[in-house]
Write a new protein. Structure first.
Lengths: 182, 686
């Protein structure tokens, strides 16, 4: 029973969080205001006359104009994708700041993700390789190692270790030497 | 004879001594000659001395306004205050290279002076590697990028510094970052020395880790200061834009962070030796790559102020470094064997492997995003851009997992941990995270990613505090008051608790990043005198513009009154400064007012006469936490790095080490009895 309790608490916590999130995000997903939508789209576009600044961030006249166009198009009921496609058609592919999920630029996304997954698989195999010893075998090998070491010798090391630790750390030591240390 | 001539002569002498020192170090090691080695050590000091002399000559040229020196004429003017004139030393390419060489010289000298603490076999090869790097820098300085080159006719006044650099940030950020780049050469030199000699013992590990920790701390400071500079100067309301130059500075930081973690596995368990060497070499290579990228101008950036053709020199150097390190690896690889086996993936080793995977994953994704436009241009003849949305989408989730792993890792034991202990240790922080995840949406945080990220931060911070609390409680039971217990814990186990401080700083930084990324509010307004604007509970009332003229500069400032709700908070003066010779690119004076943990960031975009201004206002919640977190990380880095006091029990400890070694030998013989093969090159491993 004692071991079950933390599990139940955990499940209860997950259930509560899940219920709140369900109610808040899934029932009525947060609505963006027009300003926020303009900003979100502007962030996806690179300001053509600036050095690595987005249309949303730049204070250049062109970026201001472009923000105006985005606002107007959104008010006319365009979708986010349509607005971005409009600018892409006018200024070329390099205005879109994240490479599109198609063709050659798909590589930009897939290579890092693929390598990360590949790395994870590699680590999995390395772990499996390194774990040549299963727990029982490990236990046996450990005992075999210890069988060759004299028990009395080990006890001597343990005592030495304890002594050193005590000397290292004032909380184990006598009050006198403790104050001297600090 | 000018001071600049002295500087140039000193450079040439430094080059000569660097070559001599490198060669004599190798010869001394090969012939095992103490005299030659001592000469090499002194050579390092001589090189440093001449570089100090040379740098002093450049600074004197700047301060005496010797515009006959081309570099001085292009980067300073009579109107500049003395501190910017001094800082102009590293304001351009030639000077920043000289600054690099100077820093490398000083670091080498520190190494030579403290060489007694390192394994003696390694010292000559470390010196030789450092001097090889130094020789490269000095050749570039003497031939193509000479800061002391003179003009045939001295102009009456200099051009002056780029306006973006005329900022207090300029006094601290570039020197820190350049120093950080350079400091990765010492761990690299240690790695090369270890590969040549085959000596990768615990003493070596201790030395390389301390130097890497120093480099890491410097680089962290440089990065944070860079972000702060961008925030205060560029005027787009943010501090990190995944700009190529920022990426270049982040890359070695990521790999060295990975190294600092995986060395702990090597220290405790004797595993991952090759991997650690790869990380050290990668850090240095990436630092050089960053320089190449910035200097060559192959990728445009907001941070680079000096383009030239020396990029090709760095490219060649980069290729030499990579080829040389690869050959060394191939030569040494057969002899690098792990000493111990892995026990269980649910252990601290396991989480360190995950940490390394994630850090290297972020580094790779960032590198890939930076060079992808080049690949695209080369293969498709089509230019394209990779910007913040890409990095946020790829690196954001990885960072989040990393943050989570940071909370779990320290609570796992080495070798193996039972699931019960895991739950026992993680229960409290996990409940705290669940509480946070439940409360925040009710409190109005309406973004699901922001919620997840905040919950992860709570978990990790909770885990760290819980760990601190447990340590304090143990000491408290032995009769120490809680504050004293905390101080004693940190003093006793500096690396461990220093690490926790760094982690805590990183969590603070992450909270700041999440806050400013998800909850930034921005508004543009055109105001006439007397009008006000309202944004997120703050009001700004515009009074008018004033112009000011100083020698060399003219400025325009808007006068605005800030109100938080109904409470008057004072005046702010966002503005623009025009520098002589740089009339078309005014620098911005950004008014940042901090209310608790929220920044009100006001940027003057444009103005019309005295009574109209166009301003951009950003409300940046939690952004100050980025700077506080950075300061905490710096503190943690210093705590980790701070040298241990040599204690009187050293002799006893070494006696014990001897005794333990005896015990290990006994175990080793026992192992050989059970496993007779595969242990024949033990002497290299240990």
């Amino acid at each position: 029973m004692k071991q079950r309790r933390p599990l139940l608490i955990g499940l209860a916590a997950v259930a509560i969080v899940g219920a709140i999130w369900m109610a808040l995000f899934l029932r009525n997903p947060p609505q963006q205001t027009l300003d926020q939508r303009v900003h979100t789209i502007g962030e996806q576009l690179k300001c053509p006359v600036c050095q690595s600044e987005s249309v949303a961030d730049s204070s250049s006249a062109l970026a201001q104009q472009m923000r105006g166009i985005i606002r107007q198009q959104l008010q006319e009921g365009w979708s986010d994708q349509e607005v971005i496609a409009y600018f892409q058609a006018r200024y070329g592919e390099q205005i879109v700041w994240s490479p599109p999920w198609q063709g050659f630029s798909l590589l930009a996304w897939l290579v890092p993700i693929g390598l990360l997954l590949g790395g994870a698989v590699l680590i999995f195999f390395i772990l499996r390789d390194w774990r040549t010893l299963s727990p029982e075998e490990g236990e046996r090998a450990y005992k075999a190692e210890l069988a060759h070491v004299d028990e009395a010798e080990l006890a001597a090391y343990r005592a030495l270790l304890e002594e050193e630790l005590a000397e290292e750390d004032p909380i184990f030591a006598q009050p006198a030497s403790g104050t001297e240390e600090s | 004879m000018h001071f600049s001539d002295f500087g140039f002569i000193a450079l040439i002498l430094a080059l000569g001594f660097a070559i001599y020192t490198g060669c004599s170090a190798v010869v001394g090691a090969r012939r095992n000659s103490r005299l030659v080695l001592a000469s090499a050590k002194r050579g390092v000091l001589v090189v440093a001395f001449f570089l100090v002399l040379s740098s002093a000559a450049l600074i004197v040229s700047f301060l005496s306004h010797d515009f006959g020196v081309s570099y001085v004429a292009q980067h300073s003017s009579l109107a500049m205050p003395w501190y910017f004139t001094t800082a102009a030393f590293y304001g351009g390419q030639e000077g920043s290279l000289l600054y690099w060489a100077l820093m490398l010289g000083i670091f080498s000298a520190i190494f030579a002076l403290t060489a007694k603490r390192t394994v003696p076999v390694l010292v000559p090869y470390v010196i030789a590697t450092l001097m090889a790097i130094q020789t490269f820098l000095l050749i570039v300085l003497v031939t193509v990028s000479n800061p002391f080159a003179r003009l045939p006719v001295a102009p009456p006044d200099g051009v002056g510094l780029n306006p973006l650099l005329m900022d207090p940030g300029m006094l601290v950020h570039p020197p820190m970052l350049l120093m950080g780049y350079m400091s990765f050469s010492i761990p690299f030199a240690f790695a090369v020395a270890a590969l040549i000699t085959g000596k990768l013992d615990s003493e070596w590990l201790r030395s390389i880790r301390r130097w890497t920790l120093a480099a890491w701390t410097i680089q962290t400071t440089g990065l944070i200061l860079g972000a702060w500079w961008a925030y205060h100067v560029l005027g787009w309301g943010g501090y990190w834009g995944w700009d190529p130059v920022e990426n270049a500075a982040l890359l070695p930081w990521l790999t060295s962070t990975a190294f600092l973690h995986s060395t702990m596995v090597q220290e405790r368990r004797g595993m991952l030796k090759v991997w650690n060497l790869v990380l050290v070499v990668a850090s240095f290579t990436l630092a050089i790559f960053g320089t190449f990228e910035v200097r060559s101008g192959i990728i445009s950036s907001v941070h680079s102020f000096a383009y030239s053709d020396i990029g090709i020199y760095f490219l060649v150097f980069l290729v030499i470094v990579i080829v040389f390190s690869t050959l060394l690896f191939l030569y040494r690889l057969p002899k690098l064997r792990p000493e111990q086996e892995f026990d269980s993936p649910i252990s601290r080793e396991g989480i360190f492997l995950l940490n390394n995977l994630l850090l290297v994953g972020i580094a790779f994704a960032t590198l890939w995003g930076t060079i992808f436009p080049l690949i695209s241009a080369a293969l498709r003849q089509q230019t394209m851009t990779v910007g913040p949305p890409f990095y946020n989408a790829v690196n954001g989730p990885i960072f989040l997992v990393l943050l989570l792993a940071m909370g779990i890792g320290p609570l796992l034991a080495w070798r193996r941990t039972s699931l019960r202990t895991v739950w026992h240790n993680l229960g409290v922080p996990a409940l705290a995270a669940a509480a946070c995840a439940a409360i925040l949406p009710l409190a109005g945080v309406r973004d699901i990613w922001a919620n997840i990220a905040f919950a992860v931060c709570t978990f990790t911070a909770g885990a760290i505090f819980y760990e601190l609390w447990r340590g304090m409680r143990v000491r408290h039971r032995h009769g120490e008051a809680y504050p004293q217990a905390l101080i004693m814990l940190i003093r006793r186990y500096r690396q461990r608790y220093g690490g926790y401080i760094v982690h805590l700083g990183l969590v603070m930084l992450a909270v700041g990043v999440i806050g400013s990324h998800f909850f930034q509010v921005q508004q543009d307004a055109t105001l006439k005198a007397g009008q006000e604007m309202h944004i997120a509970g703050y009001s700004l009332k515009f009074y008018g513009n004033i112009g000011e003229t100083y020698p060399g500069t003219t400025s325009v400032k808007s006068i605005l009154q800030v109100w938080q709700g109904d409470q008057y908070e004072g005046f702010i003066y966002p503005g623009r400064v025009f520098y002589q010779n740089f009339g078309n690119q005014p620098a911005s004076i950004i008014a940042i007012t901090t209310f608790g943990l929220t920044d009100v960031y006001v940027f003057l975009a444009d103005w019309n006469g005295a009574s109209e201004a166009m301003i951009r206002v950003f409300i940046n919640p939690l952004t100050p936490l980025v700077w506080y977190g950075g300061a905490v990380m710096l503190l943690g880095g210093i705590v980790c790095w701070w040298p241990e006091r040599r204690k009187r029990s050293v002799i006893k400890l070494s006696e014990m080490a001897g005794a333990v070694a005896q015990g290990e030998r006994a175990v080793a013989t026992a192992k050989q009895a059970t496993k007779p093969t595969g242990r024949d090159d033990e002497e290299i491993v240990v």
